[in-house]
Design a protein around this ligand. Structure first.
Ligand SMILES: Nc1nc2c(ncn2[C@@H]2O[C@H](COP(=O)(O)OP(=O)(O)O)[C@@H](O)[C@H]2O)c(=O)[nH]1
Ligand SMILES: [Mg+2]
Length: 302
């Protein structure tokens, strides 16, 4: 797993490795701080960078950090603390019966692909999954989801193009109950005429689900595109203002040099990153483990 993340984070890692190599036994504190600044900038950790740099400076001044080689150790432990402790298991079961997962996120963030990966992950743990195609706004979105569900043999409920997503969610809940499915996953639209419309729609979907299944939605997961770095953090803030989010799926962590966005998402939003997407196939998916992630990010080839 560590290896998969290392490969996925290749671009971020290469640049960090380069910066770390600038630090030798003879480097001055100033040179170390410069390299550190480059590392934090490369990883796009956002506003956190400033705090970390100040902290490192203080550590050098007080003599707590002496040898340049110690800096990567120091960074590792600081970043691990910042990455937080996601729940284990990532989707704790809160009640008996069907668990409902609502998937939100802007178009193109990787919502449908992540949904497919989540189906696969749940199925591989012995769960049955029913899916509701709540993104009725784009016909192509339903087709894409239908293809995945066919491949994964997950029953899918769809509405007509432009149908009320809440009615699709309602039917999805009925089917999930009838089939006694372990999970119902509901896809949603990523964009409507206004942000207000979208949030009202997501809210309605949630309410309808709750009428059918007590406690639903048990999890509302926001999909973010890691390649957008700090933009993803802003998106999460927007969604979080209107929706009770329970966690983040960070997609496309493979194609980016901005892996550090994971850290600022946790720091700024206090939302756990639960899963990461590392490619376009259903297997390209990992439960997010902060310690391993930071190790993969900082470990240089020996
Ligand atoms: N490399 C890579 N591509 C991804 C990942 N997740 C999604 N994609 C691609 O991103 C594009 C948009 O994904 P899609 O699931 O349709 O996004 P949606 O509009 O939010 O539903 C598609 O071409 C996906 O194959 C990922 O983890 N890694
Ligand atoms: Mg989609």
């Amino acid at each position: 797993m560590l290896e998969k993340i290392q490969v996925g984070l290749g671009r971020t890692r290469n640049r960090i490795e380069h910066a770390l190599r600038q630090i030798t036994g003879d480097s001055s504190a100033e040179e170390c701080l410069e390299a550190l600044e480059e590392i934090l900038f490369t990883a796009d950790v956002g506003p956190l960078a400033e705090d970390l740099l100040k902290d490192a400076q203080a550590q050098f001044s007080s003599g707590a950090l002496k040898r340049p080689q110690e800096i990567s150790h120091w960074l590792q432990s600081r970043l691990e603390n910042l990455a937080g402790n996601p729940p284990n298991p990532p989707l704790p079961v809160s009640t008996e019966g069907t668990q409902v997962i609502l998937i939100a996120g802007v178009n193109g963030s990787g919502k449908t692909t992540s949904l497919a990966k989540l189906i696969h992950w749940l199925q591989s743990r012995g769960n049955s999954v029913v899916v509701a195609a709540g993104d009725t706004y784009r016909a192509a979105a339903v087709e894409q989801l239908a293809t995945w569900c066919q491949r994964l043999k997950a029953p899918l409920v769809t509405g007509k193009n432009g149908a009320d997503p809440a009615s699709v969610a309602h039917e999805g809940a009925e089917m999930a109950l009838k089939k006694k499915a372990h999970y119902l996953i509901v896809d949603t639209a990523g964009r409507l005429h206004t942000q207000k419309n979208l949030m009202a729609e997501l809210d309605k979907v949630g309410r309808v689900l709750n009428q059918k299944i007590s406690g639903a939605p048990h999890h509302t997961l926001l999909v973010l595109d890691a390649t957008t770095g700090q933009n993803a953090v802003r998106q999460a803030k927007h969604f979080g203002e209107s929706l009770p989010l329970s966690g983040i799926i960070l997609a496309k962590l493979d194609g980016t040099a901005k892996g550090g966005a994971v850290l600022s998402i946790h720091q700024e939003l206090r939302l756990p990153v639960l899963f990461v997407g590392l490619g376009e196939n259903v297997e390209d998916w990992e439960v997010f483990q902060p310690k391993e992630f930071i190790t993969a990010l900082l470990q240089t080839k020996q």
